[in-house]
Design a protein around this ligand. Structure first.
Ligand code: GDP
Ligand code: IMO
Ligand code: MG
Length: 430
């Protein structure tokens, strides 16, 4: 039985999922996103060109591949229109190679406003949301008030839109009387709403499918599928550091519900992590560095958000968190990203345990948000040299290979790809 593989972020997102999905795409027929929405920002670089995708799967740059936006994804027509425009400007074909599930839900302009007022009301407890309307749109889905892509085909679409809009406005007024003046992507609400409706026509022009049937029939015919995760395990709605999380399941289980692929049909699970850690937005981060080492990681790694431009918080690799992520998703192959960022460092650290009030543990604690989690580090010698990607793993500096071997031994899973730069070509496979 042909099974669908999945690639997931094992940290707080931005591990480099877009780059690796693009690198792996030649081996697959279909690439499918299964959760999240425009909170994601997936960067792909090749031939001196750089693209950032938010909703569209990262397989779009390879000719003759099908890209599916699955039922678990939420779509903002305004954002996807801009994405398509940029791709087309860059000479990338977008047509029948992009299919959208009828069951994926829409992000409405008022979801964006709700996200903004909810976040503001949280004050210093704010989540650091990307403010793309993710929480409010998934809330409507779960509370059975959502509008789906397939509903655009029905006559009652306008009235469903107006009903949601009115309901959202009642809530908005409680938070912000003058909600009309709140800006969405630099536009006051009425202007944004107009642009949103214009963009809806582009979404209507995309091919809409029952993606669960499409994908399962494709697997029946031995066509290969790679599912592309968004965000990361530590932002998972159930297993992340709640409430500082996103609103979807970012683990392998999310692929099953977000595409309609049964657990028995899940094939390889690729787990992707940075050689260190970053987090954008609020919430616990045990290995965060507030000193100049953290700033060096940020500068050398260019750690600024792909979606919001915000500086990312930086710190050392966290093994207890990585073990947790591997456990939750049943990861069986690892990919280590951004090894090159560590090139100049004399000394590197990996957290191997946590010290919580004098007790050592390798488990991520329930109340991580309110307790003091002190990492216990193992120190490594840096390699302090450039990595010349001749594609040969054996030629990497011995200190880097020791660093990787240690991670493999701890997790008991092989590291199959080492990424040494943002470009497609800067990828070492084993
Ligand atoms: P994603 O959300 O997981 O797809 O990751 P992002 O695109 O948000 O962030 C990853 C960033 O790191 C992007 O700017 C990539 O171009 C860049 N990147 C990916 N792999 C590497 C690498 O191996 N080395 C370096 N220096 N940059 C990388
Ligand atoms: P990719 O797919 C990094 C973070 C936000 C915030 C929290 C909730 O590019 O890895 P939301 O907008 O979902 O309400 O934000 O989650 N976040 C991400 N951080 N990468 C992402 O996606 C993220 N998507 C959401 O910064 O802390
Ligand atoms: Mg990203």
């Amino acid at each position: 039985m042909t099974k669908a593989d999945v690639l997931l972020g094992l940290q707080w997102g931005d591990e480099g999922k877009g780059k690796i999905v693009d690198v792996l795409t030649p081996k697959y027929n279909i690439i499918a996103r299964f959760q999240g929405g425009p909170n994601a920002g997936h960067t792909i670089e090749f031939d001196n060109k750089k693209f950032i995708l938010h909703t569209i799967p990262s397989g779009i740059f390879n000719k003759n591949k099908i890209n599916v936006i699955g039922n678990g994804v939420i779509i903002d027509p305004y954002v996807i229109k801009k994405e398509i425009d940029r791709l087309v400007e860059g000479g990338i074909e977008v047509g029948d190679n992009l299919l959208v599930s009828r069951k994926s839900h829409l992000i409405l302009p008022t979801h964006r406003l709700l996200d903004a007022v909810y976040e503001k009301a949280k004050g210093d407890k704010k989540i650091g949301s990307t403010l793309k309307g993710i929480g409010p749109a998934y809330t409507d889905k779960i509370s059975r008030n959502g509008i789906r892509v397939g509903d655009m085909e029905k006559t009652g679409f306008d009235s469903a839109y107006n009903t949601s809009r009115e309901r959202h406005i009642k809530t908005l007024i409680m938070y912000e009387k003058d909600f009309n003046s709140l800006l969405i992507d630099g536009m006051p609400f009425p202007d944004y709403e107009k642009a949103w409706f214009e963009a809806l026509e582009i979404l209507r022009g995309l091919k809409r499918i029952d993606s669960e049937y499409f994908l399962n029939k494709a697997l029946d015919k031995n066509r290969t599928v790679l599912a592309e995760g968004a965000q990361g395990t530590l932002l998972d709605i159930d297993f992340g550091s709640y409430p500082f999380v996103t609103s979807s399941n970012t683990i392998t289980a999310g692929m099953c519900t977000g595409l309609g692929i049964a657990p028995a049909r899940v094939g390889k699970v690729f787990g992707i992590f940075k050689a260190y850690c970053t987090r954008v937005g609020s919430g616990p981060f045990p290995t965060e560095l507030f000193d100049d080492v953290g700033q060096r990681l940020r500068d050398i790694g260019n750690e600024y958000g792909s979606t919001t431009g915000r500086p990312r918080r930086c710190g050392w690799l966290d093994l207890p968190a990585l073990k947790y992520a591997v456990m939750l998703s049943g990861v069986n192959e690892l990919m280590m990203m951004k090894a090159d960022v560590l090139n100049p460092f004399e000394e590197l650290k990996i957290a191997v345990k946590y010290n919580i009030n004098g007790k050592l543990t390798e488990e991520v604690p329930f109340d991580e948000v309110n307790i003091n989690v002190q990492p216990v580090y193992k120190t490594f010698k840096g390699w302090q040299s450039a990595l010349d990607p001749d594609g040969n793993y054996d030629n990497l500096p011995v200190e880097l290979k020791d660093y990787i071997s240690f991670i493999e031994d701890q997790l008991n899973i092989p590291v199959k790809i080492v990424s040494v730069g943002p470009d497609r070509e800067q990828t070492i496979r084993r």
